[in-house]
Design a protein around this ligand. Structure first.
Ligand code: ADP
Ligand code: RBF
Ligand code: MG
Length: 179
């Protein structure tokens, strides 16, 4: 399954792969609560900023940081527990497939550019403050605005399907071993 506008290359092409290590920060908390699609937010940096805004895919790998728990207060006053990924275990620590959104989230009219990773894996707990290594291997589509939340959710679910199909090709799977 795909979209007419999604170009699937036989293998990643420049500027991909973009391989980085970062840390999971907190956002507005809307991914899980409003969309049912949690995203691990990461700070924007020069390399990600140079990509055009839109939806990307690749592999990622989480590692707990050995730091004490911290409570951080979000802009809206909510307290977020940063346990730095202490509860990650077993398959949570494998290399996992992901989709990444980079941009302004036009549906929510954000004032700051965000980079967010949805990992196609079921986690029992949050992992704010964990280390995330990832490689971005390709681009799916631009960021869009939507008239309904349901339409956004439907499109994200199609992104996930497309990403899983591409990542299943040997020429993309081989990048799993590079994290
Ligand atoms: P925020 O706006 O703070 O990023 P979200 O609702 O997007 O809030 O939730 C993000 C948090 O959910 C992540 O930081 C991570 O700790 C956790 N999480 C649980 N499951 C996943 C998943 N499959 N992919 C990404 N993050 C996940
Ligand atoms: N937000 C948008 O406003 N427009 C989009 O087209 C859009 N596409 C996304 C695709 C994926 C795969 C993901 C993970 C997120 C996307 N988002 C998009 C971001 C979404 O609005 C955001 O994750 C939530 O607001 C939670 O931060
Ligand atoms: Mg998020």
């Amino acid at each position: 399954m795909t979209r007419p506008e999604t170009v699937i290359l036989p293998a990643p092409e420049a500027p991909f792969p973009i391989t980085q290590k970062s840390v999971v920060i907190s956002g507005f908390g809307r991914g899980s609560s409003e969309l049912g699609i949690p995203t691990a937010n990461i700070p924007i940096n020069d390399d990600l900023n140079q990509l055009e805004t839109g939806i990307y895919y690749g592999w990622c790998k989480l590692t707990p940081c050995t730091k004490d728990d911290e409570c951080k207060t979000r802009n809206d006053g909510n307290e977020i527990l940063f346990d730095h990924g202490k509860k990650l275990a077993g398959s949570d620590l494998q290399v996992l497939p992901m989709v990444m959104s980079i941009g302004w989230n036009p549906f929510y009219d954000n004032k700051e550019k965000a980079a967010e990773v949805h990992i196609m894996h079921k986690f029992a707990d949050n992992f704010y403050g964990a280390e995330i290594a990832f490689n971005v291997l390709g681009y799916i589509r631009p960021e869009l605005n939507y008239t309904t939340k349901e339409a956004l959710i439907e499109d994200i679910n199609l992104d996930i399907k497309i990403a899983l199909e591409i990542l299943d090709k040997d020429s993309y799977k081989t990048y799993k071993d590079k994290l």
